[in-house]
Each structure stands twice: as structure tokens, then as C-alpha cells.
Design a protein around this ligand. Structure first.
Ligand code: SAM
Ligand code: SF4
Length: 330
């Protein structure tokens, strides 16, 4: 399925819940988080139907996300349902890792292909401050389980912050030295609470890592479905990835759309606009009508984000996203 700018859209990020068992400072408020009621959230049957219809339009890869996807009961069942769709090649998961160990066997048995684990520091105290409620050892247990099952591609995602010492990111990068995993650093985007924090740029991260580990070699092998640029350091078994949403816009090759937990098909992270698929699903629309609605919406996908303008007095973006990442499905 191509959009108006001839970009091939083959990847859908599906948020299964807006709820989370953590409260990362740049993603969710500490208290008073408005929760979408269960009846407003798409059921697993509804999500699978949208994935099936999307696969008829060229969607090949599904990423399950949230909120925290593993807090929704029975997630391995959804993995199994989507994996059984003939035209879906890959089902992957983005998680904070807290509940990963306990669900890992079921996820793997259901056919999960890969897992991205978000972990912004290895230091227990820093982790507690960033996530407000989390214990980093739970994530490390989930990580070890994911690596030792031998069936999953594993990546670590980190959003580096200015107010956290640089050494934290050197230590995180070193996970890729001895283990078969990639560590990715994501630039903070000014979405929801994220706009109140100063992230570290990819350039800054790279200078820091090269200073410590020597010259990085660019790595052109394909590592996933997204915009990360990878490199390798001498004696590292895994790669380091940089996702530079702020300093290197990659919208020209964007291949994705998002389905929120409430069934809104969102076309760009920065815009609130989208199409209400839930309304169609629940009004008895047939597959052809839903497919046509999705096709038309995807065609209209915006050319690019304008994060550089977000929050500035000169902001001119119509319908800019105001919700937090956990509500959109990051
Ligand atoms: N709860 C899961 C997790 O943490 O992986 C999935 C959802 S979370 C919203 C997905 C990713 O978005 C996490 O890696 C998180 O760090 C990242 N994220 C949240 N807010 C962000 C922001 N403003 N800019 C960049 N990344 C952000
Ligand atoms: Fe939850 Fe993920 Fe947001 Fe942290 S980043 S609050 S784990 S949804």
C-alpha cells in the first residue's frame, strides 16, 4: 500500500492498552492518569481483524505496544492470533520488561519474533527515579530470559536524558559488548510530557561512545523495520542503533501507521488526526468498507512531522498531538 508520496506502508504499530505498570517521568504523569474504559478498547478479535484487513493492503509486520502491552491479560493469545494470519510475516513486542520473564515462554510458544525492551539505565536508583515505580532487576530478569530462550531477536531501547550522567549510557551500550543484542538510543520527542525534558542528541551520544570505545563502523545490514541507523564498535557482539527523530528527520522513508488501543488509525506520531476504525468495526461495516477507509487514510499520510516547531511560540501545526506517548502507543 503506497501513500501519496509513494512511500510503501508495510508496518503497523498496534497499541493494546493505554495502561502501564510504570510511570516514566517523560511519558506518564505520576497520578491522575485518565484510563480508557475496557469497553472502549479494541478486543483481540477486533485487533486481529484490523491486522488481517491491513495485511490485504500490504501490512506485513505488526509491533504490539502500549502503554505497557504485558499488563493486558492474555497477550500471548493475541500474538498467536496475529501470527496465524497468512500475510503477516512478523509479530514483535515493545515492553518495559517488568512482566517479561513471567510471560516469556507463552509469548515464544505463540510465535513472537522479537522483543524490544525499554530500559533507560542499569542503575537501580536512577531507574527508580525515571520510572517512579520500577525495579530494574525485574527488567534484567526479563532480558536474561529473552536472551536465553534463543528464539527472539532482542533490542534494548533507551531515551537518553540530559540530567542523567553520561556514564549511564556508556554502561547501557556495553550490554551489546558481551551479549547478542542491539542497544538503541532514541532522541526524546516533544510529545506530551516529553516536551518538558531535554534529551541527548544522537550526535552527542555517538561522540561519547566513540570517545570510550573507539571509532564506530557504520553497519548497513537490516536490523528491523524502522529508522534506526546502526554502527558497530570493535569487540562488540551486538550493534548500537541511533534513532534521530529530532536531528535527522527520516519521514521520507517512513513505512508505518499506528492503531491506538481505542481503534484510531493514526498516520503520523505528531498529528492527532486519524480515522476511527472502531466506529466502523462496531457499526457492522464489512471488510471491503474498512479496507477502503484504511487505504484512503493511508494515502493521506502527512509528508513529515514538524517536531522542531513543537511548543514554540511560532507553532503553526494544525491538530498537533497533545496526548502522552502511552496514550498514542509509542
Ligand atoms: N511500555 C512500553 C515500553 O516502555 O517499551 C511500550 C510503550 S512506550 C510509549 C514505547 C517507547 O517510547 C519506550 O521506549 C519509551 O521510552 C519511548 N518514549 C516515550 N515517550 C517518548 C518521547 N517523548 N520521545 C521518545 N521516546 C519516547
Ligand atoms: Fe509505561 Fe512505556 Fe510510558 Fe514508561 S515509556 S510509562 S513503561 S508506556
Amino acid at each position: 500500500m503506497k501513500d501519496q508520496f509513494a512511500r510503501e506502508i508495510s508496518y503497523m504499530r498496534v497499541s493494546v492498552t493505554d495502561r502501564c505498570n510504570l510511570r516514566c517521568v517523560y511519558c506518564m504523569p505520576e497520578e491522575g492518569v485518565p484510563c480508557v474504559s475496557h469497553s472502549d478498547i479494541l478486543s483481540y478479535d477486533e485487533i486481529t481483524r484490523v491486522c488481517r484487513i491491513g495485511s490485504g493492503l500490504g501490512i506485513r509486520k505488526i509491533k504490539l505496544t502500549g502503554g505497557e502491552p504485558l499488563v493486558r491479560r492474555g497477550l500471548p493469545g493475541l500474538v498467536r492470533m496475529i501470527k496465524s494470519l497468512p500475510d503477516i510475516d512478523e509479530v514483535t513486542l515493545t515492553t518495559n520488561g517488568i512482566l517479561l520473564k513471567s510471560q516469556l515462554d507463552d509469548l515464544v510458544a505463540a510465535g513472537l519474533d522479537a522483543v524490544n525492551i525499554s530500559m533507560d539505565t542499569l542503575d537501580p536508583e536512577e531507574y527508580g527515579r525515571i520510572t517512579r515505580t520500577g525495579t530494574v532487576q525485574d527488567v534484567l530478569d526479563g532480558l536474561e530470559a529473552a536472551l536465553s530462550c534463543g528464539k527472539l531477536k532482542v533490542k534494548i531501547n533507551c531515551v537518553p536524558l540530559q540530567n542523567i550522567p553520561a556514564e549511564t549510557y556508556v554502561r547501557l551500550a556495553m550490554l551489546a559488548k558481551d551479549r547478542p543484542l542491539d542497544v538503541r538510543f532514541i532522541e526524546m520527542m516533544p510529545i506530551g510530557l516529553g516536551s518538558r525534558f531535554r534529551g541527548r542528541s544522537s550526535g552527542e551520544l555517538m561522540a561519547l561512545l566513540e570517545d570510550r570505545f573507539g571509532k564506530a563502523e557504520p553497519d548497513s545490514a537490516k536490523h528491523g523495520n524502522g529508522p534506526a541507523v546502526y554502527c558497530s564498535f570493535p569487540e562488540f557482539s551486538g550493534k548500537i542503533g541511533l534513532i534521530s527523530a529530532m536531528t535527522h528527520q527520516f519521514c521520507g522513508t517512513c513505512n508505518r501507521v499506528r492503531l491506538t488501543s481505542e481503534g484510531m488509525l493514526k498516520l503520523c506520531l505528531q498529528y492527532q488526526t486519524g480515522v476511527d476504525i472502531r466506529a466502523l468495526l462496531r457499526s457492522g461495516a464489512d471488510d471491503d468498507r474498512i479496507r477502503e477507509t484504511m487505504r484512503r487514510a493511508v494515502y493521506e499520510k502527512p509528508a513529515c512531522h514538524h517536531f522542531e516547531r513543537a511548543g514554540s511560540a511560532a507553532e503553526t501545526i494544525r491538530e498537533a498531538e497533545t496526548r502522552d506517548m502511552s496514550q498514542i502507543g509509542g
